[in-house]
Design a protein. Sequence first.
Length: 422
Amino acid sequence: MDSKAIKVLEITGLHKEYRLGKIGTGSLAYEIQEALQRKGRKEHGVPDDAHKLSLPRTISALQDVRFDVYRGETVGIIGNNGAGKSTLLKILSRITVPTLGTVKSKGRIASLLEVGTGMHPELSGRENIFLNGAILGMSKKEIENKFDEIVSFSGCHDFIDTPVKRYSSGMKVRLGFSVAAFLEPEILIVDEVLAVGDASFQQKAIAKMREVSSGGLRTVLFVSHNMTAVKSLCPRTILLKAGQVVFDGDTDVAIARYLGYDNTEACSLRFWKEGEGAPTGGPFTLLRAEAICKDSAPGTFTTNSPLEITITIGRSDPEAVPECTLHLLDSDGTFIAAGSSLYFGGEVVDGQGDTITRTCRIPSHFFNQRAYSFNLLIIADRQKTVIRVDDLFRISFITASRPQGTWMGTPASYLLPGWEWK
């Protein structure tokens, strides 16, 4: 049987509501905290529900969340702050319970949700490794076999017998991740906590997660605001918005929707009126910008069609000659390329009109199947930028139909140039 046919997580109709101003997740510890809060309010003469009068009674952190995860998958979970990502992971990790819905899982789950999660501050790093391994259901011998690898990967060898409460936040993350990854859980859940670690450790951690899932036997759920890390690790991504799943599928599409790049019809034509907010600099005013693929349907951008970007500029000086530069960026803001009429436009004769245009034509088979953005710079006197518009366009390209039997994947590259083969 294909390993991906084995379902390791089944989330059905998940709801989570919190009552504002109230502590409580169904555990004794939180109920004690709530009782102490009530006692404190009473001692200070504050009515028990005074702090709730101006607030709604409940807030929904998750609303009817449902999806399945299969063995060997690496799934990204993205969304704005407050979208419900951390709440979802805490339910999957059994830290809190859902208001409604069910979570069915197969195998051991190891979670790294916050700095020091699962670490007892009074115990040493060595003791915490054995404690966490025991919690995961591993024998002492199994933990001993992995111990040297865990310590080596974490880089905490010199402090392994020091109480964890004296570790820096980065050291806690390194040790916690090493324990979670090397003790071989069937499901590894990693939240944004890796952002606390330094750049070199983040790279090691991502490489380790890729290694963990590559064998097809272990599953990784990865939450991050670093879109580059999500793209490099996760073929599939779930996008949460206001506690709901709004997309579940290809990572590039998920990121494009997360960043607002998916509405191509709304972002491929822009125009301004002079005196009403039009970008102005020197003798020039930007009036209109349009991006089209002439060989594609209106509002659609395909990788096998040339892209034309036409800029319309007003000028107060009939002898002024504008030059245009376009910056091409990936959806995560990575600078890819630039093209300028200053270098590649040749001699330009505009006549004496007060409105002129510049058109940039990018050949077919240049863009990959992903989202891009364009910045525009208008230059005066061949040296001075007088107008700059960031995010002039946000465009998602799709691949045209291919013959049956050919590979249907998307190469993991910024561009996909149409090199000639013979």
